[in-house]
Design a protein around this ligand. Sequence first.
Ligand SMILES: Nc1ncnc2c1ncn2[C@@H]1O[C@H](COP(=O)(O)OP(=O)(O)OP(=O)(O)O)[C@@H](O)[C@H]1O
Ligand SMILES: [Mg+2]
Length: 386
Amino acid sequence: MSKPQALRVRHLKLANFRVFESLDLDFEGDIIFFIGQNGMGKTSILEAISVIALVRSFRQAKDQDLIRWGEEHYAVSADIKEDSQNLHLHAAYGLKQGRRLLVNREKVTKLADYMGRLPLVVFSPEDLEIVQGGPQERRRFLDIVLSTLMPLYLESLQKYQRVLKQRNALLQRLIRDPLMYRALDEELARLGAILIQKRREFVQNYLPNLKNYLHFISNGQDNWEMTYQPSIPEGDEPMQYLKTLEKGFEYDLKTKKTNWGIHRDRLLFHPPQKPETELLQIASQGQKRTLVLALKMAQYSYFTQVLNKIPLLLVDDVLNELDLSRRQAFVRFLQSVGQAFFTTTDLGEMHTFLREKNLAMAVEVFTLSKKEKEQNKTVVVEKLPS
Ligand SMILES: Nc1ncnc2c1ncn2[C@@H]1O[C@H](COP(=O)(O)OP(=O)(O)OP(=O)(O)O)[C@@H](O)[C@H]1O
Ligand SMILES: [Mg+2]
């Protein structure tokens, strides 16, 4: 296989996105910093990039909350360079029009035809939820990674969710007639089996990467296993899946929801040979942070391997949170990345970081500050002369 190609954002455009009425930024470098006080809009710029890449905010905000207050429509777009090729991605959302996606200025109707073109890995303080939060946080992590890797996964997942909603609606109306469920159950079993296979495969292939990074960051101290536990253990087989749905039917009616299926799968972190002991209950705060960092670094290298493309990296406010040893590991990791965007409130933080990194790459720094403009205070983003 040829050498992985790095993707680089060369131009970013925001219209009525969060606090920004309009923003146009050109990037030449590989390491880009956004510096400004709290609440200026630094994270919002990274968020815009995540919307362009994943059609969702990494802060898990709803589309209507991304629209600048008082407006009805946002649009974000980017010019991306991939070696000699150019890619233009555009994502917009309007209260009336709904979502609109363009690839190289042509309209795309299926999300699966849009996703995955700009592989992205985000480091943010909220990542701790993957380890610390409920099972849905770990499923979301799986789903985001797999959707970037495989448009088919995303398509199946979306269909599954639609069918599940229909089934739950029947259960809520206490409809007993098995005939009403048959087609839905068969569809859930067919899609569920595909999704289980993909999840299982992914966890298997990804685990060695994760263990490497865990070892690397913790100097060999930490060792956790990651186990995928489908709600229907033999669900890779549509027949088995279907049987479980049928067996659970009475209980589903009683609880008015579907209790078995990939929407109840679990991803567990645990000590080796002790799958019943969840890390959640025994790991220290520092060990959890180390694991989160390893998860994300492993995601980065996994994307690079599988897609043969070097993803974009977004690092929101994370530098401050790392202690010395994790910071050193992170800095070493950064030696091998492509383009990366950072936010921080603290210029001093950035200088320390840059010194450690011993950079050969071009650094660009943008400051965000409030300025008087036509009698209004607006956020202005300015590039510092290098
Ligand atoms: N839809 C919106 N329309 C207008 N302004 C918004 C909207 N959503 C959020 N804001 C404003 O944007 C600002 C938050 O921006 P953001 O979270 O990007 O700041 P930040 O620079 O990352 O801050 P911090 O350093 O605290 O993380 C807040 O002032 C908030 O009031
Ligand atoms: Mg922020």
